[in-house]
Ligand binder design. Structure first.
Ligand SMILES: *Cc1c(COP(=O)(O)O)cnc(C)c1O
Length: 747
């Protein structure tokens, strides 16, 4: 496989007719003869953005002019220094050469010289010789880039050997035999199909038993993520969580779990037959999930819950695992050292579901607010697991995930045992592109590049917040969207890390009283609040703009957001974010405000939606917002959804037993109106927010039933704006839509 990484020459004279211009062009020709492309430019223009070229170049040649020029031109030298610094901030390996007509290196300060791979004097060697030297260094650099598995895969895919093993498409050839297959082939391209191989290929190693290049990559990634062990997982963190659980939990074991965890953790409870004790998070009335208060983690409080639980007979039992969502959906983090201090040795395994937090180890901004780092103290007894969705915030393909482990001083991961659980959940035909993306995503985070990427994401998110405030100051006389977060955004936000730590006295978060320095907000998750609700959950009497209308509007204007709540929605500053992307969002929101203030008709501002749902055609945008806002207000929906999540859930059966009723068909389909007091067999998850509300084995209480009734009447009134509830079955009886939940049979 030949990769295309040109050598970049920056020289004012690159196109000039003088001898210096001639000399550099001859050198460029010689390099091209060696098989490398040249990009020749005459100035840096914007230093920072030009330094980004480091990701697609194989070397830089920076021209400096003769002695006199440098002496008369301190600015040029300064610019050169800044440029070298910008490159090294991201990349400490790419070769950089200086190129001059005379021996001028004595004019170059040491701080620059030490970053260079060479100083080329045009007159001292032949251009052919110099070109060979530069190309050799560029090649060494390029050869060092690919991490182990990706390297082996590119070699395999390009060596053109015929294979008799599966997959059946034989490196893509099968697709070429039919027209639609041809389309598929042209769309995905040769390499993707050639690299789609099966685990019979020896030279690539085995994911299932971690050998060869796979093992080398996992070791490399463990080093980069600063953990003791790393396992790549090709079926998402949903699967990573189940692997961690099957290694640690057996039927009847007691487990301690974040009540607002991802559904894969609840599936793990059902799958292992565990008895869960739940830790209850706070919520504010924007619907934002807050942290679990620190007291909830105290051993006394956990013991209390063990004592209260009807299914636990041995009240002195030691829980097997604690699982919490580290970075909640809305970006709230926990101080892991505090949790370790409280629970080390009390619970065997501390598991942090860091699906949204694989970036935190690469920037000191996050301090102790992520699970694993090599410079942090180990637990003495409890193993630490972190499960991360590489695909959510780093550069992994969908389903790319990983499990990181930190051993305790007196308790180490048993790799053989762990792999039994790993095997249970891994396909025997894993997708090799996903493994390669785990490998590459890790290599991208290698210092200093990874730190630079994370820093850029944070800085972009702060710039976005500032831009939103600027619009507010200049234009938002009557109303504008707010970004949830601390008031204080100093010019350089990274120096101001403390303001992202949630303080007791802060009003902005709306979580009430919190423990000192126990939580922090990750700025790269930005929750945007629409007008209509204050932080206490009281409805604005004047007007309100339900977020679902804003995000529908944005979608029709080409901006897709991550999650929509009642009066909030959120976006993420992943390492793939660009200025263009968030500026487009700000512009689209301004357009929304304009259209809203003018009460433009729906057919004009939401043409696609209006075609599908003509009943809204002639309604004004503002009028539609008012209509839905009024319904929300009349039903006090903000308080209702907050309180239903905080309401008391009575466990009537073990989750696994209630779920098992479905396999045995010992269930009844119960209509909403009859649900109160019944035991659910299924997981009930309202969207938004997509957090499971009721778990198999729990009884429906009044407030949850009230919510479902509200959802039903709302869906009838506002087709196209339906709130979705997983677990709710829809059926038409005599033309009337009825909703059911599968409950445990009573008789
Ligand atoms: C998305 C998510 C998961 C599941 O990750 P996938 O990679 O999508 O399978 C697990 N936990 C949390 C908290 C998540 O947000």
């Amino acid at each position: 496989m030949k990769f295309n990484f040109p050598i970049v020459i920056i020289d004012e004279d690159f196109r000039s007719d003088n001898s210096s211009g001639y000399g550099i062009r001859v050198l460029a020709e010689c390099i091209e003869k060696e098989g490398y492309d040249i990009i020749g430019v005459t100035s840096y223009v914007d230093l920072t953005s030009f330094a980004q070229q480091q990701s697609r170049a194989s070397a830089f040649i920076l021209a400096i002019d003769d002695e006199e020029f440098i002496e008369e031109n301190p600015e040029a030298l300064k610019k050169l220094g800044l440029f070298v610094e910008e490159i090294r901030y991201r990349n400490d390996e790419i070769p950089i050469f200086l190129h001059g007509e005379t021996r001028t290196s004595r004019h170059i300060p040491n701080s620059i010289l030490k970053e260079l791979n060479g100083f080329i004097h045009m007159s001292e060697d032949t251009p052919e010789f110099v070109a060979k030297h530069i190309v050799r260094e560029a090649k060494v650099y390029l050869d060092s880039l690919a991490p182990p598995f990706f390297r082996a895969l590119t070699h395999y895919a390009s060596d053109g050997s015929y294979s008799w093993h599966c997959p059946g498409h034989s490196g893509g050839v099968a697709f070429l035999k039919s027209p639609v297959g041809q389309m598929f082939h042209q769309f995905f391209g040769e390499n993707m199909l050639r690299a789609d191989v099966c685990n019979a290929v020896e030279e690539l190693g085995q994911l299932l038993d971690h050998t060869g290049p796979v093992e080398a990559s996992e070791k490399n990634a463990a080093r980069i993520y600063r953990s003791d062990h790393c396992y790549f997982v090709t079926n998402g963190t949903s699967t990573s969580n189940k692997m961690v659980w099957n290694y640690n939990v057996a039927p009847g074991d007691v487990v301690v779990v974040d009540r607002n965890c991802h559904k894969s953790v609840l599936h793990s409870i059902i799958m292992t037959g565990a008895i869960p004790i739940f830790l209850m998070p706070t919520r504010n009335h924007f619907g934002i999930i807050g942290p679990i208060p620190k007291e909830e983690f105290s051993w006394d409080r956990i013991k209390e819950k063990i004592n209260e639980n009807p299914f636990i007979t041995d009240k002195n039992v030691k829980p097997r695992v604690l699982t919490i969502t580290q970075s909640t959906y809305d970006g709230v983090l926990y101080n892991v050292e505090d949790i370790k201090e409280m629970l080390d040795g009390k619970i065997d395994t501390l598991h942090f579901d860091e699906a949204w937090l694989p970036h935190a180890a690469f920037h000191e901004f996050y301090g102790d607010f992520h699970a694993i780092d090599s410079d942090r103290p180990r637990c003495s007894e409890s193993l630490i697991f972190s499960t991360q969705s590489t695909h959510k915030l780093l550069a992994g393909l969908s389903q790319a995930s990983q499990i990181l482990v930190q051993d305790a001083l007196m308790n180490k991961l048993d790799k053989e045992l762990f792999n039994e659980s790993y095997l249970m959940h891994t396909s025997t035909s894993p997708q090799y592109s996903i493994i390669a993306s785990c490998d590459v995503a890790a290599a991208m985070m290698e210092s200093p590049g990874g730190t630079a990427l994370v820093e850029e994401s944070i800085l972009e998110s702060l710039d976005f917040r500032r831009a939103m405030r600027k619009v507010d100051d200049e234009w938002g006389q009557d109303w504008w969207f707010k970004v949830w977060g601390p008031e204080n955004l100093s010019e350089n936000g990274l120096e101001n890390r403390d303001s992202w730590v949630l303080q007791q006295t802060d009003k902005w978060h709306g979580f009430g009283k919190l423990s000192e320095s126990f939580n922090m907000l990750d700025p790269i998750k930005s929750t945007i609040i629409t007008p209509g609700l204050n932080v206490d959950g009281e409805f604005d009497t004047e007007f309100g703009i339900p977020a679902m209308i804003v995000t529908k509007y944005l979608a029709e204007h080409g901006v897709i957001v991550e999650k929509t709540g009642l009066y909030s929605f959120f976006i993420m500053f992943t390492i793939g974010i660009t200025k263009g992307r968030w500026n487009t969002l700000v512009a689209a929101l301004q357009q929304f405000k304009d259209d809203y203030d003018k009460n433009q008709p729906i057919w004009k501002v939401l043409p696609e939606f209006s075609q599908k749902y003509p009943m809204y055609e002639s309604i004004g945008l503002k009028d539609l917002c008012d209509k839905i806002h009024t319904v929300f207000k009349e039903n006090n929906i903000a308080k209702l959804t907050t309180e239903m999540y905080l309401s008391n859930m009575e466990p009537a059966m073990k989750p696994t037993d209630a779920f098992a009723k479905m396999a045995h068909k010992e269930i009844e389909r119960v209509p909403i109106d009859d649900l109160e007091g019944r035991i659910t067999s299924v997981l009930l998850t309202p969207y938004p927010p997509g957090i499971p509300l009721l778990i198999p084995g729990e009884r429906f209480n009044k407030i949850i039933v009230d919510y479902l009734k509200f959802a039903r009447s709302f869906n009838e009134k506002f087709p196209g704006f339906e709130t979705d509830n997983h677990g709710l079955i829809k059926n038409y009886i005599d033309g009337k839509l009825t909703y059911y939940v599968d409950c445990v049979k009573t008789s």
